[in-house]
Write a protein that binds this ligand. Structure first.
Ligand SMILES: Cc1cc2nc3c(=O)[nH]c(=O)nc-3n(C[C@H](O)[C@H](O)[C@H](O)COP(=O)(O)OP(=O)(O)OC[C@H]3O[C@@H](n4cnc5c(N)ncnc54)[C@H](O)[C@@H]3O)c2cc1C
Length: 480
């Protein structure tokens, strides 16, 4: 009788899970294991939002494993020691897991591998969470890509992503396995967490339902609607992808089905735009794989000496959605309430922090890490460094998002602001993105008292923009 453990991490699904599939195919009994060991994730241990998501996702996974005759083992403790103990308890001789790419996690995985192999266990590592392995994509000069479009072209010329593997029909548990425990008893909860259950359905079924909805209702209009935070125009698959509740290969192949539906040989516009976003995710992982130090340091080295400000009061106003700029505040509040923020608003709030307030991108990245349910180290690092102008393929330094213009263009009816900044709901669409400019009688009849429930703007955007341009401009002369 052969028994294997499958160490699950950010791959909380049964379908298209290479480690689980291999374990079930080659063993008589399989015990999938999740280990809560936040101290082993280095500087980026899970925040309140991801912990809240994780507890629900593990619950869903435990139920699906149970329905196939298996049992998800959930434990807390040092990973190497815990896996060895579980191997002894179950009689497992092999441990399977899927590859990770974040620097601290890669180091952890290799330490655990050494530990298990030294104890005589066999370790098998599988490719999983990307369309193509980052090590296989290098420029003609043999270097990693630092610009998105050539990266994407190379990726698309690469091998066709593997066809998704089926979910195992049965996951036979080792005999005499201990009783299942409730994930909530292992994962500490926090009062700061968003109400995940009110907004999302964590787990593989929830992920598949989101993908179904995207391909049936949203893909056709995605190319246009993805920029409008007030409507549901994007897939909202990011937390599901971050926890591996659906694989990117599954999404990629579902996208290709649209080629056959429309009879032409090209992807329809919306689906092509979606696949391009999946390629941004690939690019983010490519960068973190090849430049692991960038999770804490700018890819463009000259930005190491950037004269960031220190202003805890301004930072707090930003973090709590109290800057006085409605579009910025709506974004931050959406994140605090739901664990997710629309991409256009992520760019805006990040630009506001790093350019209007001149506060460090890393502080912003850490705040997102705490509050986003889709917190994903490569994507978060890429997003922040792109906006701050210090990363790969970064936004040009003179691009400073204008919070009013962004609101007027992408939330013209004020729907998004009204949802998240209800203090302003009495204002008309014309005035809602710049309440400070409204005549006092308009404010009075809308019940808005600036400086009372809703603040006056904490900076003068026009002056802040000029200040940022001067500092960013001076960075151009710094030699890397
Ligand atoms: C400052 C900043 C921080 C960010 N932090 C994160 C983060 O922690 N986690 C995260 O998943 N995304 C992050 N993003 C990228 C992006 O905002 C989200 O992936 C997207 O908003 C998720 O919504 P969606 O699933 O509806 O996306 P869709 O538009 O439906 O896109 C589909 C998928 O493609 C990927 N994707 C989309 N846009 C990007 C992008 N710009 N970069 C990398 N991958 C992308 C995501 O996996 C997403 O789920 C960040 C962006 C910025 C500007």
């Amino acid at each position: 009788m052969t028994t294997a453990l499958v160490w699950l991490r950010n791959d909380l699904r049964l379908a298209d899970n290479p480690a689980l599939f291999a374990a079930v195919s080659e063993s008589d009994a399989v015990a999938p294991v999740f280990i809560w060991a936040p101290g082993e994730s280095g500087l980026w241990s899970p925040g309140p939002a991801t912990r809240a998501w994780l507890a629900l996702s593990l619950k869903a996974l435990a139920r699906s494993i149970d329905s196939r005759g298996g049992r998800l083992l959930i434990a807390a403790g040092q990973t190497g020691i815990t896996l060895l103990a579980l191997a002894a308890e179950t009689g497992a001789t092999t441990v399977h897991w899927n590859q990770r790419y974040e620097p601290a996690l890669t180091e952890l995985d290799s330490r655990v591998r050494d530990h298990l192999e030294a104890a005589g266990l066999r370790v098998v590592i599988h490719s999983d969470s990307l369309l193509r392995e980052p090590s296989t994509l290098l420029s003609t000069s043999g270097r990693p890509y630092r610009v998105f479009t050539p990266f994407m072209n190379a990726s698309e010329r690469g091998s066709t992503p593997a066809f998704p593997l089926p979910a195992p029909g049965r996951i036979p548990a080792p005999i005499g396995l201990r009783e299942a425990i409730d994930p909530a008893s292992v994962l500490p909860t926090s009062g700061d967490a968003p109400d995940i259950a009110a907004h999302w359905t964590p787990g593989e079924a929830g992920a598949t339902a989101r993908a179904d909805r995207f391909f049936s209702d949203l893909a056709d209009v995605y190319a246009h609607d993805r920029d409008w935070p007030g409507i549901e125009g994007t897939s909202k698959l990011s937390p599901h992808l971050a926890f591996g509740e659906i694989s990117p290969r599954t999404l990629w192949h579902r996208a290709q089905e649209q080629v056959h539906h429309n009879g032409s040989h090209r992807l329809p516009e919306g689906t092509a735009a979606f696949v391009r976003q999946l390629q941004w995710r690939e690019f983010a992982y490519h960068l973190v794989h090849h430049f692991p130090e960038t999770t804490e340091r700018p890819l463009r080295r000259r930005f190491e000496i950037f004269p960031w400000s220190r202003d805890p009061v301004a930072f707090e106003a930003w973090e709590h959605g109290m800057t006085g700029f409605p579009m910025v505040d709506a974004g931050m509040r959406e994140m605090l309430a739901t664990g997710w923020m629309h991409n256009r608003v992520r760019m805006l709030v990040a630009s506001f922090l790093t350019k209007d307030l001149l506060l460090p991108w890393l502080d912003g990245a850490r705040s997102f890490w705490e509050h986003l349910a889709d917190a994903d180290l490569p994507n978060n690092t890429l997003g922040w460094q792109w906006v701050a102008g210090c990363g790969a393929d970064a936004a040009p330094y003179f691009r400073v998002f204008n919070p009013v213009a962004q609101g007027e263009k992408f939330d013209p009816d004020g729907r998004y602001v009204k949802r998240w900044v209800p203090e302003l709901e009495g204002l008309s669409p014309e005035g809602i993105h710049r309440p400070w400019a409204a005549p006092s009688n308009v404010l009075a009849s809308a019940g808005v008292v600036l400086g009372a429930r809703y603040p006056q703007p904490i900076v003068d955007h026009a002056a802040a923009r000029l200040r940022a341009l001067a500092i960013y401009g001076s960075m151009r002369d710094v030699v890397e």
